[in-house]
Design a protein around this ligand. Sequence first.
Ligand code: NDP
Ligand code: HEM
Length: 496
Amino acid sequence: MSKRQTTSAGAPVPTNETSKTAGARGPVLLEDYQLIEKLAHQNRERIPERAVHAKGWGLQGTFTVTHDITKYTRAKLFSEIGKQTEVLSRWSTVAGEQGAADAERDVRGFSLKFYTEEGNWDMVGNNTPIFFVRDAYKFPDFIRTQKRHPQTNLRSPEAMFDFWAGQPESVHQVTILMSDRGIPKNPAHMHGYGSHTFSMWNEAGERHWVKFHFRCQQPIENHTNEEAKKLIGETRESFQEDLWTMISEGRFPKWTLFIQVMKEGEEDRFPFNPFDLTKVWPHADYPLIEVGELEMHTLPENYFQMVENAAYSPSNVVPGIGFSPDKMLQARIFSYADAHRYRLGTHYEALPANAPKAPVAHYHKDGAMRFFRNDTGNPDAYYEPNQYEDAPRADPSVQEPPLKIDAEAYRYPQEVTEDDFVQPRALYLEVLDDDARKRLHQNMAGAMGPCSDAVKERWYAVLERVHPDYARGVREAAESAPALPVTPDTPAKAAE
Ligand code: NDP
Ligand code: HEM
Protein backbone atom coordinates (compact mmCIF):
# COMPACT_ATOMS: atom_id res chain seq x y z
CA MET A 1 0.00 0.00 0.00
CA SER A 2 1.29 3.45 -0.84
CA LYS A 3 2.17 5.90 1.92
CA ARG A 4 0.28 9.14 2.39
CA GLN A 5 2.41 11.91 0.88
CA THR A 6 3.19 14.81 3.20
CA THR A 7 5.01 18.13 3.35
CA SER A 8 8.42 18.09 4.98
CA ALA A 9 6.59 19.30 8.08
CA GLY A 10 4.43 16.16 8.02
CA ALA A 11 1.08 17.56 6.81
CA PRO A 12 -0.74 15.56 4.09
CA VAL A 13 -0.69 17.18 0.63
CA PRO A 14 -3.69 17.27 -1.74
CA THR A 15 -1.63 17.20 -4.96
CA ASN A 16 1.92 16.96 -6.26
CA GLU A 17 0.97 17.91 -9.82
CA THR A 18 -1.23 20.97 -10.00
CA SER A 19 -0.34 24.56 -9.09
CA LYS A 20 -2.86 26.71 -7.24
CA THR A 21 -3.92 29.45 -9.68
CA ALA A 22 -6.28 32.40 -9.90
CA GLY A 23 -8.49 31.01 -12.61
CA ALA A 24 -7.83 27.99 -14.81
CA ARG A 25 -5.20 29.82 -16.88
CA GLY A 26 -3.24 31.30 -13.95
CA PRO A 27 -1.39 33.24 -12.64
CA VAL A 28 -0.02 31.10 -9.80
CA LEU A 29 -0.75 32.19 -6.24
CA LEU A 30 2.18 32.92 -3.94
CA GLU A 31 0.40 30.93 -1.26
CA ASP A 32 1.10 27.67 -3.15
CA TYR A 33 3.89 27.06 -0.68
CA GLN A 34 4.40 23.42 -1.74
CA LEU A 35 5.32 24.51 -5.26
CA ILE A 36 7.77 27.07 -3.90
CA GLU A 37 9.28 24.53 -1.54
CA LYS A 38 9.61 21.94 -4.29
CA LEU A 39 11.49 24.38 -6.53
CA ALA A 40 13.59 25.70 -3.65
CA HIS A 41 14.62 22.16 -2.69
CA GLN A 42 15.64 21.40 -6.23
CA ASN A 43 17.91 24.45 -6.17
CA ARG A 44 19.65 22.96 -3.15
CA GLU A 45 20.04 19.36 -4.34
CA ARG A 46 23.67 19.71 -5.38
CA ILE A 47 26.48 20.12 -2.88
CA PRO A 48 29.97 21.27 -3.84
CA GLU A 49 31.85 18.46 -5.52
CA ARG A 50 35.16 17.44 -4.01
CA ALA A 51 37.94 19.82 -5.08
CA VAL A 52 39.85 16.71 -6.14
CA HIS A 53 38.68 13.10 -6.58
CA ALA A 54 35.21 14.35 -7.56
CA LYS A 55 34.16 11.29 -9.59
CA GLY A 56 33.82 8.20 -7.44
CA TRP A 57 32.33 4.75 -7.00
CA GLY A 58 31.64 3.08 -3.67
CA LEU A 59 30.71 -0.23 -2.10
CA GLN A 60 30.11 -1.56 1.39
CA GLY A 61 31.91 -4.64 2.62
CA THR A 62 33.72 -6.50 5.34
CA PHE A 63 37.31 -6.80 6.51
CA THR A 64 38.34 -10.08 8.16
CA VAL A 65 41.57 -10.60 10.08
CA THR A 66 43.43 -13.71 8.90
CA HIS A 67 46.82 -13.23 10.59
CA ASP A 68 47.89 -12.03 14.03
CA ILE A 69 49.64 -8.64 14.08
CA THR A 70 48.95 -7.81 17.73
CA LYS A 71 52.70 -7.62 18.33
CA TYR A 72 52.63 -4.46 16.21
CA THR A 73 49.31 -2.89 17.09
CA ARG A 74 46.74 -2.69 19.83
CA ALA A 75 44.09 -1.54 17.30
CA LYS A 76 40.93 -3.43 18.18
CA LEU A 77 40.08 -4.21 14.57
CA PHE A 78 43.19 -6.42 14.41
CA SER A 79 42.75 -7.94 17.88
CA GLU A 80 42.00 -11.54 16.85
CA ILE A 81 41.98 -13.81 13.84
CA GLY A 82 38.49 -14.02 12.37
CA LYS A 83 37.46 -10.59 13.63
CA GLN A 84 35.26 -8.72 11.14
CA THR A 85 34.79 -4.98 10.63
CA GLU A 86 32.36 -3.18 8.33
CA VAL A 87 33.98 -1.07 5.63
CA LEU A 88 32.83 1.63 3.21
CA SER A 89 34.99 2.05 0.11
CA ARG A 90 35.18 4.89 -2.35
CA TRP A 91 37.41 4.75 -5.40
CA SER A 92 37.86 7.81 -7.56
CA THR A 93 39.73 9.57 -10.32
CA VAL A 94 41.73 12.58 -9.17
CA ALA A 95 41.38 15.25 -11.84
CA GLY A 96 38.02 14.84 -13.53
CA GLU A 97 34.83 16.49 -12.38
CA GLN A 98 31.79 14.51 -11.25
CA GLY A 99 30.69 13.92 -14.84
CA ALA A 100 34.13 12.79 -16.04
CA ALA A 101 34.49 9.49 -17.85
CA ASP A 102 35.56 6.57 -15.66
CA ALA A 103 38.16 5.13 -18.05
CA GLU A 104 40.45 8.20 -18.12
CA ARG A 105 44.18 7.92 -17.60
CA ASP A 106 44.60 9.11 -14.02
CA VAL A 107 45.67 7.97 -10.58
CA ARG A 108 42.77 6.28 -8.77
CA GLY A 109 41.83 7.14 -5.19
CA PHE A 110 41.42 4.14 -2.89
CA SER A 111 39.54 5.17 0.26
CA LEU A 112 38.40 2.79 2.97
CA LYS A 113 36.47 3.65 6.13
CA PHE A 114 36.73 0.93 8.78
CA TYR A 115 33.92 1.29 11.34
CA THR A 116 35.89 -0.15 14.26
CA GLU A 117 34.72 -0.52 17.84
CA GLU A 118 37.12 2.28 18.84
CA GLY A 119 36.03 4.72 16.15
CA ASN A 120 36.55 5.09 12.44
CA TRP A 121 39.88 4.35 10.82
CA ASP A 122 40.14 5.89 7.35
CA MET A 123 42.72 4.65 4.89
CA VAL A 124 42.67 7.38 2.22
CA GLY A 125 45.12 6.04 -0.31
CA ASN A 126 45.65 5.64 -4.02
CA ASN A 127 46.26 2.79 -6.44
CA THR A 128 49.90 3.87 -6.50
CA PRO A 129 52.40 3.40 -3.66
CA ILE A 130 53.88 6.89 -4.08
CA PHE A 131 52.92 10.44 -5.05
CA PHE A 132 54.01 13.28 -7.37
CA VAL A 133 55.30 15.68 -4.70
CA ARG A 134 56.59 15.45 -1.14
CA ASP A 135 55.79 18.84 0.34
CA ALA A 136 52.21 20.04 0.82
CA TYR A 137 53.11 23.51 -0.46
CA LYS A 138 53.20 21.91 -3.89
CA PHE A 139 49.88 20.09 -3.74
CA PRO A 140 47.52 22.96 -4.69
CA ASP A 141 49.78 23.91 -7.62
CA PHE A 142 50.00 20.33 -8.76
CA ILE A 143 46.21 20.00 -8.68
CA ARG A 144 45.83 23.26 -10.58
CA THR A 145 47.85 21.73 -13.43
CA GLN A 146 45.49 18.76 -13.50
CA LYS A 147 42.37 20.90 -13.72
CA ARG A 148 41.26 23.33 -16.41
CA HIS A 149 43.24 26.25 -17.86
CA PRO A 150 41.68 29.52 -16.67
CA GLN A 151 41.29 30.93 -20.17
CA THR A 152 40.66 27.95 -22.45
CA ASN A 153 38.78 25.98 -19.78
CA LEU A 154 40.53 22.91 -21.20
CA ARG A 155 42.87 20.43 -19.52
CA SER A 156 46.42 21.55 -20.18
CA PRO A 157 49.22 19.05 -20.93
CA GLU A 158 51.51 22.09 -21.15
CA ALA A 159 50.79 22.92 -17.51
CA MET A 160 51.12 19.29 -16.39
CA PHE A 161 54.50 18.63 -17.97
CA ASP A 162 55.77 22.14 -17.16
CA PHE A 163 55.04 21.42 -13.48
CA TRP A 164 56.47 17.89 -13.53
CA ALA A 165 59.61 19.06 -15.33
CA GLY A 166 60.10 21.52 -12.48
CA GLN A 167 59.58 18.71 -9.94
CA PRO A 168 61.87 15.92 -11.10
CA GLU A 169 60.93 13.81 -8.06
CA SER A 170 57.51 13.41 -9.72
CA VAL A 171 59.00 11.18 -12.43
CA HIS A 172 58.40 8.04 -10.34
CA GLN A 173 54.66 8.65 -10.12
CA VAL A 174 54.41 9.98 -13.70
CA THR A 175 56.03 6.75 -14.90
CA ILE A 176 53.37 4.68 -13.15
CA LEU A 177 50.63 6.98 -14.46
CA MET A 178 51.85 6.63 -18.07
CA SER A 179 52.44 2.88 -17.72
CA ASP A 180 49.83 0.18 -18.35
CA ARG A 181 48.44 0.74 -14.85
CA GLY A 182 47.39 4.32 -15.65
CA ILE A 183 43.95 3.15 -16.84
CA PRO A 184 42.70 0.29 -14.65
CA LYS A 185 39.80 -1.72 -16.03
CA ASN A 186 37.81 -0.96 -12.90
CA PRO A 187 38.51 -0.72 -9.15
CA ALA A 188 38.33 -4.49 -8.69
CA HIS A 189 41.43 -4.95 -10.81
CA MET A 190 43.87 -2.63 -9.09
CA HIS A 191 45.86 -2.63 -5.86
CA GLY A 192 45.41 0.00 -3.15
CA TYR A 193 48.17 1.59 -1.09
CA GLY A 194 48.20 3.76 2.01
CA SER A 195 51.22 5.29 0.22
CA HIS A 196 52.49 7.26 3.22
CA THR A 197 54.41 5.71 6.03
CA PHE A 198 52.08 5.35 9.01
CA SER A 199 52.77 3.92 12.45
CA MET A 200 51.43 1.18 14.65
CA TRP A 201 51.89 0.88 18.39
CA ASN A 202 51.23 -2.10 20.57
CA GLU A 203 50.05 -2.70 24.15
CA ALA A 204 53.63 -2.34 25.38
CA GLY A 205 53.88 1.11 23.80
CA GLU A 206 56.35 0.02 21.11
CA ARG A 207 56.07 1.83 17.77
CA HIS A 208 56.71 0.50 14.29
CA TRP A 209 56.57 2.40 11.01
CA VAL A 210 54.13 0.78 8.61
CA LYS A 211 53.09 0.82 4.94
CA PHE A 212 49.66 -0.53 3.96
CA HIS A 213 49.17 -2.57 0.78
CA PHE A 214 45.76 -3.84 -0.36
CA ARG A 215 46.64 -6.31 -3.11
CA CYS A 216 43.71 -7.25 -5.29
CA GLN A 217 42.86 -10.93 -5.61
CA GLN A 218 41.37 -10.33 -9.04
CA PRO A 219 44.01 -10.19 -11.78
CA ILE A 220 45.48 -6.76 -12.52
CA GLU A 221 43.68 -5.60 -15.68
CA ASN A 222 44.02 -2.33 -17.53
CA HIS A 223 42.85 -0.62 -20.67
CA THR A 224 45.15 0.60 -23.40
CA ASN A 225 44.61 4.16 -24.63
CA GLU A 226 42.81 2.82 -27.70
CA GLU A 227 40.52 0.56 -25.66
CA ALA A 228 39.72 3.40 -23.30
CA LYS A 229 38.97 5.79 -26.13
CA LYS A 230 36.53 3.33 -27.67
CA LEU A 231 34.97 2.50 -24.30
CA ILE A 232 34.46 6.16 -23.36
CA GLY A 233 32.69 6.60 -26.72
CA GLU A 234 30.26 3.91 -25.63
CA THR A 235 29.89 4.72 -21.94
CA ARG A 236 31.33 7.24 -19.54
CA GLU A 237 30.29 5.11 -16.56
CA SER A 238 32.23 1.88 -17.13
CA PHE A 239 33.48 1.56 -13.52
CA GLN A 240 30.05 2.03 -11.99
CA GLU A 241 28.52 -0.37 -14.49
CA ASP A 242 31.19 -3.01 -13.86
CA LEU A 243 30.79 -2.75 -10.08
CA TRP A 244 27.00 -2.92 -10.38
CA THR A 245 27.25 -6.03 -12.57
CA MET A 246 29.80 -7.75 -10.33
CA ILE A 247 27.79 -7.20 -7.17
CA SER A 248 24.47 -8.10 -8.81
CA GLU A 249 25.99 -11.36 -10.01
CA GLY A 250 27.49 -12.17 -6.62
CA ARG A 251 31.09 -11.75 -7.81
CA PHE A 252 32.43 -9.83 -4.84
CA PRO A 253 35.86 -8.21 -5.33
CA LYS A 254 38.48 -9.01 -2.71
CA TRP A 255 41.83 -7.64 -1.62
CA THR A 256 44.44 -9.02 0.75
CA LEU A 257 45.84 -6.54 3.25
CA PHE A 258 49.60 -6.71 3.79
CA ILE A 259 51.83 -4.43 5.83
CA GLN A 260 55.50 -3.61 5.59
CA VAL A 261 57.01 -2.95 8.99
CA MET A 262 60.07 -1.02 10.15
CA LYS A 263 61.04 -0.84 13.83
CA GLU A 264 61.17 2.67 15.28
CA GLY A 265 64.80 3.77 15.28
CA GLU A 266 65.64 1.85 12.12
CA GLU A 267 64.62 4.85 10.01
CA ASP A 268 67.98 6.47 10.66
CA ARG A 269 69.75 3.50 9.10
CA PHE A 270 67.54 3.50 5.99
CA PRO A 271 69.44 4.58 2.84
CA PHE A 272 66.94 7.40 2.19
CA ASN A 273 64.15 9.17 4.04
CA PRO A 274 61.53 6.46 4.71
CA PHE A 275 58.91 9.18 5.19
CA ASP A 276 59.39 10.50 1.65
CA LEU A 277 56.13 9.95 -0.23
CA THR A 278 57.86 9.77 -3.61
CA LYS A 279 59.55 6.49 -2.62
CA VAL A 280 58.54 2.92 -1.80
CA TRP A 281 60.13 0.56 0.65
CA PRO A 282 61.59 -2.23 -1.54
CA HIS A 283 59.83 -5.54 -0.95
CA ALA A 284 63.13 -7.40 -0.63
CA ASP A 285 64.13 -5.21 2.34
CA TYR A 286 60.68 -4.96 3.91
CA PRO A 287 58.68 -8.06 2.97
CA LEU A 288 54.90 -7.99 2.86
CA ILE A 289 53.28 -9.36 6.02
CA GLU A 290 49.77 -10.71 5.51
CA VAL A 291 47.02 -9.33 7.75
CA GLY A 292 43.55 -9.97 6.40
CA GLU A 293 41.01 -9.95 3.63
CA LEU A 294 38.74 -7.19 2.40
CA GLU A 295 35.59 -8.24 0.57
CA MET A 296 33.28 -5.60 -0.92
CA HIS A 297 29.85 -7.14 -1.36
CA THR A 298 27.11 -4.50 -1.23
CA LEU A 299 26.03 -1.61 -3.42
CA PRO A 300 24.92 1.21 -1.15
CA GLU A 301 21.16 1.72 -1.32
CA ASN A 302 21.59 5.42 -1.92
CA TYR A 303 24.64 6.77 -3.74
CA PHE A 304 24.34 10.34 -2.46
CA GLN A 305 23.89 9.31 1.14
CA MET A 306 26.71 6.79 1.34
CA VAL A 307 29.22 7.73 -1.37
CA GLU A 308 28.83 11.45 -2.08
CA ASN A 309 28.43 12.16 1.63
CA ALA A 310 31.37 9.96 2.61
CA ALA A 311 33.98 12.07 4.36
CA TYR A 312 37.34 10.33 4.47
CA SER A 313 40.22 11.81 6.36
CA PRO A 314 43.74 10.63 7.17
CA SER A 315 43.15 12.28 10.56
CA ASN A 316 40.75 9.44 11.42
CA VAL A 317 43.01 6.98 13.19
CA VAL A 318 42.23 4.69 16.10
CA PRO A 319 44.32 3.72 19.15
CA GLY A 320 47.11 1.49 17.85
CA ILE A 321 47.44 3.24 14.48
CA GLY A 322 49.20 6.59 14.14
CA PHE A 323 50.85 9.04 11.79
CA SER A 324 54.49 9.49 10.86
CA PRO A 325 56.66 12.57 10.31
CA ASP A 326 55.81 12.47 6.54
CA LYS A 327 55.29 16.16 5.72
CA MET A 328 52.53 15.45 3.21
CA LEU A 329 50.65 13.26 5.64
CA GLN A 330 50.91 15.95 8.31
CA ALA A 331 49.25 18.45 5.94
CA ARG A 332 46.53 16.00 4.96
CA ILE A 333 45.62 15.59 8.62
CA PHE A 334 44.40 19.20 8.49
CA SER A 335 43.13 19.43 4.93
CA TYR A 336 40.42 16.76 4.73
CA ALA A 337 38.35 17.60 7.79
CA ASP A 338 38.51 21.24 6.71
CA ALA A 339 37.21 20.24 3.26
CA HIS A 340 34.38 18.27 4.85
CA ARG A 341 33.27 21.16 7.06
CA TYR A 342 32.95 23.24 3.90
CA ARG A 343 31.49 20.56 1.60
CA LEU A 344 29.17 18.76 4.02
CA GLY A 345 28.86 21.02 7.06
CA THR A 346 29.97 21.18 10.66
CA HIS A 347 28.40 17.90 11.72
CA TYR A 348 29.51 15.80 8.74
CA GLU A 349 30.72 13.03 11.07
CA ALA A 350 27.11 12.37 12.14
CA LEU A 351 25.87 11.66 8.59
CA PRO A 352 25.02 8.00 7.97
CA ALA A 353 28.10 7.34 5.82
CA ASN A 354 30.43 8.70 8.48
CA ALA A 355 28.69 7.97 11.78
CA PRO A 356 30.94 5.64 13.79
CA LYS A 357 29.53 2.31 14.98
CA ALA A 358 31.38 3.03 18.23
CA PRO A 359 29.70 5.15 20.92
CA VAL A 360 30.31 8.86 20.37
CA ALA A 361 30.62 11.25 23.34
CA HIS A 362 32.18 14.68 22.98
CA TYR A 363 31.64 18.27 24.09
CA HIS A 364 31.03 19.86 20.66
CA LYS A 365 27.61 21.45 20.61
CA ASP A 366 25.26 23.64 18.57
CA GLY A 367 26.13 24.72 15.03
CA ALA A 368 24.29 24.47 11.74
CA MET A 369 22.30 21.27 11.27
CA ARG A 370 22.86 19.89 14.77
CA PHE A 371 20.26 17.25 13.92
CA PHE A 372 21.21 14.77 16.61
CA ARG A 373 21.20 14.99 20.39
CA ASN A 374 22.76 18.28 21.44
CA ASP A 375 24.30 17.30 24.78
CA THR A 376 26.57 14.73 26.30
CA GLY A 377 23.64 12.72 27.66
CA ASN A 378 23.58 14.90 30.77
CA PRO A 379 22.27 18.44 30.09
CA ASP A 380 24.38 19.85 32.94
CA ALA A 381 27.61 18.45 31.55
CA TYR A 382 28.15 20.97 28.76
CA TYR A 383 31.67 21.99 29.87
CA GLU A 384 34.68 20.28 31.37
CA PRO A 385 35.98 19.80 34.03
CA ASN A 386 32.66 19.04 35.68
CA GLN A 387 31.33 17.14 38.68
CA TYR A 388 29.09 14.65 36.81
CA GLU A 389 29.93 10.96 36.91
CA ASP A 390 28.06 10.16 33.71
CA ALA A 391 29.85 12.86 31.68
CA PRO A 392 32.37 11.90 28.95
CA ARG A 393 35.91 11.45 30.23
CA ALA A 394 39.16 11.12 28.29
CA ASP A 395 40.94 7.77 28.59
CA PRO A 396 44.71 8.18 29.17
CA SER A 397 45.25 4.51 28.31
CA VAL A 398 44.82 5.34 24.61
CA GLN A 399 47.64 7.88 24.70
CA GLU A 400 50.13 7.23 21.91
CA PRO A 401 53.71 6.49 23.07
CA PRO A 402 55.94 9.58 22.94
CA LEU A 403 57.86 10.22 19.73
CA LYS A 404 61.35 11.60 20.22
CA ILE A 405 62.01 14.62 18.03
CA ASP A 406 65.29 16.40 18.57
CA ALA A 407 65.74 18.80 15.72
CA GLU A 408 65.93 22.44 14.73
CA ALA A 409 62.80 24.01 13.27
CA TYR A 410 63.65 25.21 9.78
CA ARG A 411 62.34 25.11 6.21
CA TYR A 412 64.63 22.32 5.04
CA PRO A 413 64.98 22.34 1.25
CA GLN A 414 64.45 18.94 -0.31
CA GLU A 415 66.91 18.95 -3.14
CA VAL A 416 66.50 16.50 -5.97
CA THR A 417 69.33 13.99 -5.83
CA GLU A 418 70.34 10.77 -7.53
CA ASP A 419 68.24 8.95 -4.89
CA ASP A 420 65.12 10.27 -6.61
CA PHE A 421 65.88 8.33 -9.78
CA VAL A 422 66.87 4.97 -8.30
CA GLN A 423 63.32 3.66 -7.89
CA PRO A 424 61.87 4.95 -11.18
CA ARG A 425 64.92 3.34 -12.80
CA ALA A 426 64.19 0.01 -11.07
CA LEU A 427 60.60 0.25 -12.26
CA TYR A 428 61.65 1.08 -15.79
CA LEU A 429 64.47 -1.44 -16.15
CA GLU A 430 63.53 -4.31 -13.86
CA VAL A 431 59.76 -4.34 -13.38
CA LEU A 432 58.60 -3.39 -16.88
CA ASP A 433 59.42 -5.62 -19.81
CA ASP A 434 60.27 -4.47 -23.34
CA ASP A 435 56.66 -4.29 -24.48
CA ALA A 436 55.53 -2.45 -21.36
CA ARG A 437 58.37 0.05 -21.82
CA LYS A 438 57.31 0.61 -25.43
CA ARG A 439 53.74 1.29 -24.35
CA LEU A 440 55.03 3.63 -21.63
CA HIS A 441 56.99 5.58 -24.25
CA GLN A 442 53.97 5.84 -26.50
CA ASN A 443 51.53 6.78 -23.73
CA MET A 444 53.85 9.48 -22.46
CA ALA A 445 54.60 10.82 -25.94
CA GLY A 446 50.86 10.96 -26.63
CA ALA A 447 50.12 12.75 -23.36
CA MET A 448 52.78 15.40 -23.98
CA GLY A 449 51.99 15.71 -27.69
CA PRO A 450 50.40 19.17 -27.39
CA CYS A 451 53.24 20.57 -25.23
CA SER A 452 55.68 23.22 -26.43
CA ASP A 453 59.16 22.08 -27.44
CA ALA A 454 60.62 23.93 -24.45
CA VAL A 455 58.56 21.90 -21.99
CA LYS A 456 59.25 18.64 -23.85
CA GLU A 457 63.00 19.24 -23.73
CA ARG A 458 62.89 19.94 -20.00
CA TRP A 459 60.94 16.73 -19.45
CA TYR A 460 63.32 14.65 -21.61
CA ALA A 461 66.12 15.93 -19.38
CA VAL A 462 64.30 14.51 -16.36
CA LEU A 463 63.78 11.15 -18.11
CA GLU A 464 67.47 11.13 -19.02
CA ARG A 465 68.29 11.13 -15.31
CA VAL A 466 66.20 7.97 -14.92
CA HIS A 467 67.76 6.27 -17.94
CA PRO A 468 68.92 7.40 -21.37
CA ASP A 469 66.76 4.69 -23.01
CA TYR A 470 63.70 6.20 -21.34
CA ALA A 471 64.38 9.70 -22.71
CA ARG A 472 65.24 8.30 -26.13
CA GLY A 473 62.20 6.04 -26.24
CA VAL A 474 59.76 8.84 -25.42
CA ARG A 475 61.47 11.29 -27.78
CA GLU A 476 61.36 8.80 -30.65
CA ALA A 477 57.73 7.95 -29.98
CA ALA A 478 56.91 11.67 -29.88
CA GLU A 479 58.80 12.42 -33.08
CA SER A 480 57.23 9.54 -34.99
CA ALA A 481 53.71 10.35 -33.82
CA PRO A 482 51.41 12.03 -36.33
CA ALA A 483 51.38 15.82 -35.89
CA LEU A 484 48.59 16.91 -33.59
CA PRO A 485 46.08 19.52 -34.65
CA VAL A 486 46.75 22.92 -33.12
CA THR A 487 44.85 23.19 -29.84
CA PRO A 488 44.00 26.26 -27.82
CA ASP A 489 46.42 24.92 -25.23
CA THR A 490 49.12 27.47 -26.03
CA PRO A 491 51.31 28.83 -23.27
CA ALA A 492 50.35 32.46 -23.82
CA LYS A 493 53.15 34.05 -21.80
CA ALA A 494 55.89 31.63 -22.79
CA ALA A 495 55.09 32.21 -26.46
CA GLU A 496 55.47 35.99 -26.28
P1 NDP B 1 59.26 -5.95 -6.70
O1 NDP B 1 59.68 -6.58 -7.99
O2 NDP B 1 59.19 -6.76 -5.46
O3 NDP B 1 57.85 -5.25 -6.89
C1 NDP B 1 57.47 -4.63 -8.07
C2 NDP B 1 56.11 -4.06 -7.81
O4 NDP B 1 55.77 -3.26 -8.93
C3 NDP B 1 55.01 -5.09 -7.67
O5 NDP B 1 54.21 -4.73 -6.58
C4 NDP B 1 54.24 -4.97 -8.98
O6 NDP B 1 52.87 -5.26 -8.80
C5 NDP B 1 54.41 -3.49 -9.24
N1 NDP B 1 54.23 -3.09 -10.63
C6 NDP B 1 54.38 -3.79 -11.77
N2 NDP B 1 54.12 -3.00 -12.83
C7 NDP B 1 53.78 -1.80 -12.35
C8 NDP B 1 53.39 -0.58 -12.94
N3 NDP B 1 53.28 -0.44 -14.26
N4 NDP B 1 53.11 0.46 -12.14
C9 NDP B 1 53.21 0.35 -10.79
N5 NDP B 1 53.58 -0.79 -10.16
C10 NDP B 1 53.86 -1.83 -10.95
O7 NDP B 1 60.27 -4.74 -6.55
P2 NDP B 1 60.63 -3.64 -5.44
O8 NDP B 1 59.83 -3.67 -4.20
O9 NDP B 1 62.10 -3.71 -5.28
O10 NDP B 1 60.27 -2.33 -6.25
C11 NDP B 1 60.80 -2.09 -7.55
C12 NDP B 1 60.00 -0.97 -8.14
O11 NDP B 1 58.64 -1.39 -8.27
C13 NDP B 1 59.95 0.25 -7.24
O12 NDP B 1 61.04 1.08 -7.48
C14 NDP B 1 58.64 0.86 -7.58
O13 NDP B 1 58.82 1.70 -8.70
C15 NDP B 1 57.78 -0.31 -8.01
N6 NDP B 1 56.80 -0.71 -6.98
C16 NDP B 1 57.22 -1.07 -5.73
C17 NDP B 1 56.30 -1.29 -4.73
C18 NDP B 1 56.75 -1.54 -3.32
O14 NDP B 1 55.96 -1.28 -2.39
N7 NDP B 1 57.95 -2.02 -3.09
C19 NDP B 1 54.86 -1.26 -5.01
C20 NDP B 1 54.53 -1.00 -6.38
C21 NDP B 1 55.49 -0.68 -7.30
P3 NDP B 1 52.33 -6.76 -9.07
O15 NDP B 1 52.87 -7.57 -7.97
O16 NDP B 1 50.87 -6.62 -9.10
O17 NDP B 1 52.87 -7.13 -10.43
C1 HEM C 1 40.54 13.86 -1.65
C2 HEM C 1 43.66 17.22 -0.15
C3 HEM C 1 47.34 14.24 -1.07
C4 HEM C 1 44.17 10.67 -1.74
C5 HEM C 1 41.09 15.04 -1.22
C6 HEM C 1 40.32 16.22 -0.89
C7 HEM C 1 41.19 17.15 -0.46
C8 HEM C 1 42.51 16.58 -0.53
C9 HEM C 1 40.87 18.55 0.04
C10 HEM C 1 38.81 16.36 -1.03
C11 HEM C 1 38.14 15.84 0.23
C12 HEM C 1 36.64 15.96 0.17
O1 HEM C 1 36.15 17.02 -0.22
O2 HEM C 1 35.96 14.98 0.57
C13 HEM C 1 44.93 16.70 -0.24
C14 HEM C 1 46.14 17.38 0.15
C15 HEM C 1 47.18 16.54 -0.14
C16 HEM C 1 46.61 15.33 -0.69
C17 HEM C 1 46.19 18.78 0.76
C18 HEM C 1 48.65 16.73 0.06
C19 HEM C 1 49.18 17.57 0.93
C20 HEM C 1 46.81 13.00 -1.29
C21 HEM C 1 47.56 11.77 -1.35
C22 HEM C 1 46.66 10.76 -1.52
C23 HEM C 1 45.34 11.35 -1.58
C24 HEM C 1 49.06 11.68 -1.19
C25 HEM C 1 46.89 9.28 -1.61
C26 HEM C 1 47.92 8.68 -1.07
C27 HEM C 1 42.93 11.24 -1.77
C28 HEM C 1 41.72 10.48 -2.00
C29 HEM C 1 40.68 11.40 -1.98
C30 HEM C 1 41.26 12.69 -1.75
C31 HEM C 1 41.61 8.98 -2.21
C32 HEM C 1 39.20 11.10 -2.19
C33 HEM C 1 38.58 10.72 -0.86
C34 HEM C 1 37.17 10.22 -1.09
O3 HEM C 1 37.02 9.14 -1.69
O4 HEM C 1 36.24 10.93 -0.69
N1 HEM C 1 42.42 15.29 -1.01
N2 HEM C 1 45.24 15.47 -0.74
N3 HEM C 1 45.47 12.70 -1.44
N4 HEM C 1 42.63 12.56 -1.62
FE1 HEM C 1 43.92 14.00 -1.20
